[in-house]
Write a protein that binds this ligand. Structure first.
Ligand SMILES: [Zn+2]
Length: 292
């Protein structure tokens, strides 16, 4: 089985990005795997600290490893938004392929100091684990927000990106380029879309020369996503869109079968709703069109 690093290099060579989808139950995991297998493209599933606490860090490590073997399919596991080295070590020991070590809320030099330490400690446990660092401000919470945070001051500069990557030794960088976590209500309804600073992405790619992740991809304009990938984004994170689909699908299942108590009869509409979002996003990230 290829490593995540090889998969990212190959995707970059094709001009594709790899989709990263957050999961926190079997409905989401089944839907992500089904979508990726249908298009035959590699995929990353991610769990934040909160999502890992619910699912179990060792449990998801074992489940994803098992799926990878059972289907002989390139599904990878990422420890999303990890805020302490202790939690990072737990994920490394559970077999995660990658980690987002996120100290972006700290002052820049402190973020560098602690991220560098984390890179060394995590690679001592698993040398092939890919470590991602975060700079800038893209807000928190993959949920529905009432108002937009002011992200203008938190945008990343190419100089910062270069300095951060060189000083820490991270494999992947997550910059702030107009993206944000979560969705506004107007984005859930589709009235508004997130827009990205494509020139900034290209300048950061040039300066940092490393893999780049776009966090908070939900609700982003499709053309901006394509341009961002062409400008150097390698991984795109989608979480809130899946959560919205999960809830709507679940509500549909419950409404259709008001007296049903069997979970595996209630959940299929939720799996299908999430899978449709995964398919549509993977088509944008990889340029794969629905077979006629
Ligand atoms: Zn994120």
């Amino acid at each position: 089985m290829k490593t995540l690093r090889t998969v990212l290099q190959e995707a970059q060579g094709r001009g594709d990005a790899v989709g990263h989808f957050n999961v926190s139950d079997m409905v989401l995991l089944k839907a992500v795997l089904a979508g990726a297998r249908e298009l035959d493209v590699p995929v990353v599933v991610g769990l934040s600290e909160g999502e890992r606490e619910f699912v179990g860090t060792r449990t998801i490590g074992a489940v994803v490893k098992s799926l990878r073997e059972e289907y002989d399919f390139p599904i990878f596991l990422n420890a999303d938004h990890t805020h302490s080295l202790a939690k990072g070590i737990e994920a490394a020991k559970a077999g995660f392929d990658a980690i987002v070590f996120d100290l972006s809320a700290l002052p820049f030099e402190e973020n560098i100091r602690q991220t560098k330490q984390a890179v060394e400690a995590l690679k001592a446990i698993n040398p092939s684990m890919m470590v991602e660092g975060e700079i800038g401000d893209i807000g928190t919470g993959s949920e529905i927000h009432d108002k937009a945070p002011d992200l203008a001051k938190g945008l990343s500069s190419p100089e910062e990106a270069k300095h951060f990557v060189e000083s820490t030794g991270v494999d992947i960088l997550a910059p702030a380029v107009g993206n944000m976590h979560g969705l506004l209500k107007s984005m859930v309804s589709g009235e508004t879309k997130k827009r990205l600073d494509i020139e900034r992405i290209a300048a950061i790619k040039e300066a940092a020369g490393t893999f780049l992740t776009l966090h908070g991809g939900s609700g982003t304009d499709d053309d901006d996503l394509r341009k961002a990938i062409a400008a150097g984004i390698n991984i795109v994170h989608i979480n809130t869109e899946l959560r919205v689909a999960w809830r709507r699908g679940l509500e549909q299942g419950l409404a259709k079968m008001p007296d049903e108590v069997v979970p595996y009869k209630i959940f299929p509409p939720a799996v299908e709703a999430v899978k449709q979002v995964v398919l549509s996003r993977l088509r944008v990230f990889t340029g794969k069109r629905k077979a006629a």
